[in-house]
Design a protein around this ligand. Structure first.
Ligand SMILES: [Zn+2]
Ligand SMILES: [Zn+2]
Length: 374
């Protein structure tokens, strides 16, 4: 009898999630089947649900942050991408995005996968063309023989953070955090909180976080934030800029600011918190949620500001993130707060909207993961 896998399918933007079953194929040559243990949900999934991420096909099985055990290896697969031997039953963390390997970007300027002309992504794939290609599924069919995947001994609840952490690690490297830097992080979602760990790991010695709600700011302090500013308490942008500047030496401003909130107006506020010669990183707007007016003289030229954008990551950042998680130098276990079954993916997606109020069953959420076995 053919084995079946359940997966949560979204039919269209703002549509309906249905748990459907699909036949599990044999693993493809050079590929493998993953039995999903946990698959994270993130704001990107909420934006996909709302139809705000350019280029996403529907119907889609979302879920691009996942960890699981190898169900079956395709022909020729004996080691993970780093060279560690693997066999059925091993826990591995695959990178959801796989570059084509042959385009100009891949061959001449290899960098973050999103620079590739035609990369494919588990969790962003047309389910009517290719099924079992999303994380919110019992089995994920990794058919692409170039899939990057790494064996780990971490518990699944921590390994599931490798993907969002990669975004933070790539971001801090992109903006060039140096030892002794004072860093402002705007946003206390998973990428913002993991940016604290990434910034400190890369040398930041003072970290200020603007965000909310309260529990996330407690986690921010547990990760090493020296100053936290709750947007519910400080609603005025100018007041927040003043608090940030006063928290820096001589009131000069921060060396680096990182936008991880995905709120357009945060960009000007963050740039206004920089010292002369400061660097600004945009990592929060994976979705296109609007435009912001910027004064080229006041916000860039006059203060010698450097602007950087960071989308996704490369295999190097992904592996660095997994290894950093394995070191457990930060309280990563505080990030995952809720685990839900496939039947509740809609609750997970809506929790990260004003309508859902960042709550599940009345409780404030951090990272929510889907457990397809539940
Ligand atoms: Zn994500
Ligand atoms: Zn390519």
């Amino acid at each position: 009898m053919t084995e079946l896998s359940r997966a949560a399918v979204l039919d269209r933007p703002r549509g309906t999630f249905a748990v459907e079953t699909f036949p599990v194929p044999e693993p493809g040559p050079g590929g493998f089947l993953l039995r999903t243990e946990l698959a994270g949900t993130c704001a990107t999934d909420t934006h996909i649900y709302l139809g705000e991420v350019p280029g996403i096909p529907y119907p889609v099985v979302m879920g691009h942050e996942f960890v699981g055990t190898i169900e079956a290896l395709g022909s020729g697969v004996t080691h993970d991408t780093e060279g560690t031997p693997v066999r059925a039953g091993d826990r591995v963390v695959p990178m959801p995005a796989t570059p084509c390997g042959v385009c100009y970007e891949c061959v001449v300027k290899p960098g973050p996968v999103v620079n590739c002309d035609s990369y494919d992504v588990i969790g962003f794939t047309d389910n009517s063309v290719r099924s079992l290609a999303g994380g919110w599924s019992e089995i994920i069919d990794h058919r692409n023989p170039r899939t990057r995947f790494f064996k780990t001994a971490l518990p699944a609840a921590m390994a599931v953070l490798a993907e969002p952490f990669s975004t933070s690690v790539h971001g801090v490297q992109r903006v060039g955090i140096k030892p002794g830097d004072t860093v402002l992080i705007q946003g206390s979602g998973t990428v913002g909180l993991l940016a604290i760990a990434a910034a400190i790991t890369h040398g930041a010695t003072r970290v200020i976080v603007i965000g909310g709600p309260k529990r996330r700011l407690e986690v921010a302090r547990a990760f090493g934030a020296d100053v936290t500013i709750d947007i519910a308490d400080e609603r005025d942008s100018d007041a927040r800029i003043k608090i940030v500047k006063e928290a820096t030496v001589g009131g000069r401003g921060v060396d680096v600011a990182i936008e991880a909130a995905g709120v357009p107006s945060a960009v000007v506020e963050g740039i206004s918190c920089l010292r002369n010669g400061g660097r600004y990183l945009e990592v929060g707007h994976f979705a296109d949620v609007g435009t912001v007016p910027l004064n080229p003289n006041k916000h860039l030229l006059a203060n010698n500001i450097t602007l950087a954008g960071s989308s996704g990551y490369g295999a190097d950042h992904f592996l660095q993130s997994l290894r950093l998680l394995e070191r457990r130098a930060f309280p990563y276990e505080l990030l995952l707060t809720h685990t839900l079954p496939l039947a509740r993916v809609r609750d997970a997606v809506l929790a990260l909207t004003p309508e859902g109020g960042w709550k599940i069953d009345g409780e404030e959420v951090g990272k929510i993961a889907i457990d397809p076995t539940a």
